[in-house]
Design a protein around this ligand. Structure first.
Ligand code: FAD
Length: 310
């Protein structure tokens, strides 16, 4: 892992840095590179552009770790507005939504788990009415058991609900086995949080090896794997494993984040693969931006320059 990853992730928790960075307009180059805008309209417009290019989309209304019930309710309302807008623009067959449970109440003291489940159910219902699906993002390791238990509950009524598993965790290969059943949509990513040695591989090579083991389980299984990585090696290995396990395009998909390797996104789509782009939008772009910078410290100079030239 990069030497700068940990310090940047730690900085992302600093309120002072957050205040300074949040004064950046969303139009600052470093922000728009990763987040197309703050409004539903901007998100839907970005979706339409990508769909025109032959890509599929999943949208994330930014916000996480809320300890405020009103904020959680506002996030649910934002998702419902988005889903309606996608349906109205005829985009729902190509665009779904990704939801962080901590943004809809999971971290609230006391009834957080129950509140997040009910809010997620509400969003799933709106998604189904719009003609699309929901995927539950995965956050830091302390939330995983709660998130997987909410997933199990939701799948009773909405079996199309997707899950995310993070290859950097020791437990994930086993979680992949448990979720590789028919109809189960599972996004496999490497993992974006700063996790301790007790639960996560620390070395990039170990994370990559785990990613490949998890890919094998998911591609050999009966579910619908969603291969979320920008890593050229992982994309290549996933493609070979898909043919080894007799998977045709359309029985799995690739996913990448908005603004990262856009040419590769188009190349995969043009080659007949389903390529889904994850679009984050909204005012709460700070934590998301810091995680992307932690993965790509080369962008730090560019980032500091946008702060100084404010
Ligand atoms: P890395 O090893 O980080 O990067 C491999 C290569 O990709 C790099 O060498 C570079 O060529 C390119 N690259 C990577 N990042 C950048 C960048 N910022 N700019 C330019 N090039 C870059 N994580 C979670 O913990 N929970 C989630 O729910 C979650 N959902 C995700 C959904 C999607 C669709 C994707 C793509 C990622 C998601 N992630 C999530 C983030 C993920 O865990 C990783 O942190 C992130 O994708 C970086 O890992 P990587 O596989 O791209 O490989």
């Amino acid at each position: 892992m990069s030497l700068l990853r940990q310090p940047i992730l730690l900085l992302s928790r600093s309120e002072q840095v957050k205040k300074l960075v949040s004064t950046l307009p969303v139009s600052a180059g470093i922000v728009t590179g990763y987040v197309p805008g703050e409004t539903t309209q901007a998100a839907v417009d970005a979706t339409a552009r990508l769909v025109d290019d032959g890509l599929a989309v999943t949208l994330d209304f930014l916000g996480e770790d809320t300890l405020d019930q009103a904020q959680a309710d506002a996030t649910v309302a934002a998702y419902k507005e988005l889903l309606q807008a996608l349906a109205q623009r005829g985009l729902a067959s190509r665009a779904e939504v990704s939801v962080k449970l901590s943004a809809i109440g999971q971290a609230l003291p006391g009834d957080g788990h129950k509140i997040a489940l009910e809010n997620a159910r509400d969003i799933c219902r709106s998604a189904r009415n719009a003609g699309t699906t929901v995927t539950l993002d995965m956050e830091d390791h302390t939330t995983i058991d709660s998130t997987l238990s909410i997933l199990r509950e939701l799948r009773k009524d909405f079996p199309e609900t997707g899950a995310v598993l993070q290859a950097y965790l020791h437990r994930t290969e086993a979680d992949c086995r448990a979720l590789a059943y028919e109809g189960s949509r599972v996004r496999l990513c490497k993992g974006a949080y700063n996790e301790p040695e007790s639960v996560a591989f620390q070395d990039k090579l170990d994370v990559d090896k785990s990613y490949v083991r998890c890919l094998k389980v998911l591609l050999a299984g009966q579910g619908y794997p969603m291969i979320a990585t920008h890593d050229p090696r992982m994309v290549q290995i996933a493609s070979s494993l898909a043919s080894r396990y007799g998977r045709r395009p359309g029985t799995y998909e690739f996913q990448m984040l908005y603004g990262i390797r856009p040419e590769e996104q188009k190349r995969l789509a043009a080659s007949g693969e389903t390529m889904r782009v994850y679009i984050p939008y909204g005012q709460e772009w700070y934590g998301y931006l810091m995680r992307r910078l932690a993965e790509r410290p080369q962008n730090l100079t560019f980032f500091l320059r946008s702060l100084i030239s404010k």
